[in-house]
Design a protein around this ligand. Structure first.
Ligand code: FAD
Ligand code: NDP
Length: 524
């Protein structure tokens, strides 16, 4: 009765009432939870990665009381990291830095053409690179903690699971439990790399992208299994720093991307030393007495069994959403049983209206950092900022950071044809030679651009595909144009910046339909 009176008095004075108890059984620190309006926080975010942190910071900026809980379960190999999620720790950031390390090696090779005296042989030191990258990542972990503190977002390093629709139980590394309640809950728990089931030695001897960036020693001769973003990017930078790399792919490269571009990506990688085993599936990994890994695989084309030895096997066969430990059924949040992702609507709401899911854990969303961040920010603005802006997942640009980068936005040629019909699609394309490649005598066979448009004037641009240096930088700008509904006619009226690779986009005059040679020579 006393507590109820205090609560009433506080509420009359516009203050939120929090009722904390120490549960006698088990020492669980608890909150009243349950009924809306009596929660610890206005917003509780589960997952301190790209989407979760963005959402929490935005909500705090809008004056709300916010908590973020984040917990990193070590990889099966024991790798662990700090606050910031996949992108910061085991994704975009260390990947791009290692990709850059590989590009630098290539540039050192070019340098002597430009007059630099470079000592031979050019050697790469994994330990030095890894330490520098890891130190940068650790500085980002720290930066995220400081930002949360500055914005008065409460951070808990606990593993969360639902108790009911408004309450979450958190367990610390040391096994202590606490309860947190909130009016709105955002699930942003991302995903983790998949391990194959039923392959002897896969879990015991294989590693994933959760480990590769944190290895203290060079992975050496590596087998990369898979053929999508993670596989090709990792294989690309590992080859680039001078390692012996084989990619084992069971079907096609970069499923979902434009397949002509994808073939050029792997063609370029092959010509720069990455080996490809096509149509192959691993069946067994054994450790030999000398420590090497003996991998057995089935060659789907010849039907025969084959074998090879490697120092490292890297599984890059996709990711599993982190929904298994959340006790979602306690809150009534629905998942798609086929892929374990959380089913959401256009508001990012789950089957429970005040529980939301954003980023990699949500069904049907691109697994990309900028989409998770924007979705998180917009959600906070809708919840607390009187906004009604929804996240638009159309025309999201992306880049695959393979040695020759592939940037794209909009539809692939295949998708455009499937949606509009061959007769209604016009594809403009060109092979080009970046100026910097000429003096360095670099092969530019795979530097290629194509713009997929509607055939009907003014020829709305449906998709842009760019394969070449700095593809991410090039694609970002054009993505704005395409988002604004640019037509081929408008792109052709855009003045180029000379001499750049980007200007090749505004010079795309040859259509595939014309059958003319798309090889561009010199300053045209
Ligand atoms: P995450 O960033 O994964 O964050 C989820 C957080 O929640 C994690 O810290 C996790 O430990 C925590 N968590 C999970 N369960 C719980 C729980 N029960 N309690 C508390 N905390 C929990 N995207 C790009 O845009 N560009 C790139 O170049 C790029 N490169 C990538 C390279 C690699 C190798 C990988 C694997 C991914 C890459 N991505 C890239 C994808 C990008 O990293 C993800 O899309 C992005 O991190 C997703 O953000 P998120 O907020 O959904 O989840
Ligand atoms: P994907 O799910 O995109 O690809 C998985 C790959 O592994 C496919 O090539 C698939 O082949 C193959 N595969 C699946 N199962 C097996 C198996 N059992 N044996 C052999 N091969 C198998 O996963 P990724 O991990 O590459 O990427 C996840 C997401 O992360 C991406 O969708 C992307 O959004 C994001 N990401 C973004 C990056 C960027 O922006 N630059 C970089 C890296 C990741 P098949 O096609 O035959 O199914």
């Amino acid at each position: 009765a006393v507590m109820a009176a205090v609560a009433l008095a506080l509420r009359r004075r516009g203050m939120r009432f929090r009722w904390r108890i120490w549960a006698s059984a088990g020492g669980v620190r608890g909150a009243a939870g349950g009924a809306a309006g009596q929660q610890d926080y206005d917003l509780l975010v589960i997952g301190g990665g790209s989407g979760g942190l963005a959402c929490a910071k935005e909500a705090a900026q809008l004056g709300r009381k916010v908590a973020v809980v984040d917990y990193v379960e070590p990889s099966p190999r024991g790798t662990r990291w700090g606050l910031g999620g996949t992108c910061v720790n085991v994704g975009c950031i260390p990947k791009k830095l290692m990709h850059y390390a590989a590009l630098l090696g290539h540039m050192i090779q070019d340098a002597h053409h430009y007059g630099w005296e470079v000592g031979q042989p050019i050697l790469h030191d994994w330990e030095k690179m890894a330490e520098a990258v890891q130190n940068h990542v650790k500085s980002l972990n720290w930066g995220h903690r400081v930002q949360l503190q500055d914005r008065k977002v409460k951070y808990f390093n606990i593993k969360a699971s639902f108790v009911n629709q408004h309450t979450v139980r958190g367990i610390t590394k040391g096994g202590k439990e606490m309860l947190l309640s909130a009016e709105h809950i955002v699930i942003a728990t991302g995903g983790r790399p998949k391990y194959p089931t039923h392959i002897e030695g896969a879990l015991e001897y294989g590693i994933t992208s959760d480990d590769i960036f944190w290895l203290k020693k060079s992975p050496g001769k590596t087998l990369v299994v898979g053929a999508s973003y993670v596989a090709l990017e990792c294989a690309g930078f590992l080859t680039g720093i001078g390692l012996d790399i084989t990619v084992m792919m069971r079907s096609i490269p970069l499923r979902g991307f434009d397949q002509q571009m994808s073939s050029l990506v792997t063609e370029h990688m092959e010509s720069h030393g990455t080996r490809f085993l096509r149509g192959c599936i691993p069946s067994r990994i054994r450790k030999l007495p000398d420590g090497q890994l003996q991998v057995t695989w089935e060659d789907g084309i010849s039907g025969k069994e084959d074998m090879g030895t490697f120092d490292t096997v890297l599984w890059a066969i996709g990711r599993v959403p982190e929904t298994r430990c959340l006790n979602l059924e306690k809150a009534g949040v629905n998942i798609n049983p086929k892929n374990q992702k959380i089913v959401v609507d256009s508001q990012e709401a789950t089957s429970i209206p005040h529980i939301y899911a954003i980023g990699d854990v949500a069904e049907g969303r691109p697994e990309l950092t900028p989409t998770a961040i924007m979705a998180g920010r917009l959600l906070a603005q809708r919840l607390f900022g009187q906004s009604s802006d929804l996240m638009d997942y159309d025309n999201v640009p992306t880049t695959v950071f393979t040695p020759l980068e592939y940037g794209c936005v909009g539809l692939s040629e295949e998708e455009a044809v499937a949606r509009h019909g061959q007769e209604h699609v016009e594809v403009y394309h060109a092979y080009y030679k970046p100026l910097e490649f000429t003096v360095a005598e670099r092969d530019a066979s795979q530097c290629y651009i194509k713009m997929v448009c509607l055939r009907e004037p003014p020829q709305l641009v449906l998709g842009l595909h760019f394969l070449g240096p700095n593809a991410g930088e090039v694609t970002q700008g054009f993505a704005l144009g395409i988002k604004c509904g640019a037509s081929y006619a408008q792109v052709m009226r855009t003045v180029g910046i000379h001499p750049t690779c980007s200007e090749e986009v505004v010079k795309l005059r040859i259509s595939k339909r014309s059958g003319l040679d798309p090889t561009v020579t010199g300053c045209g």
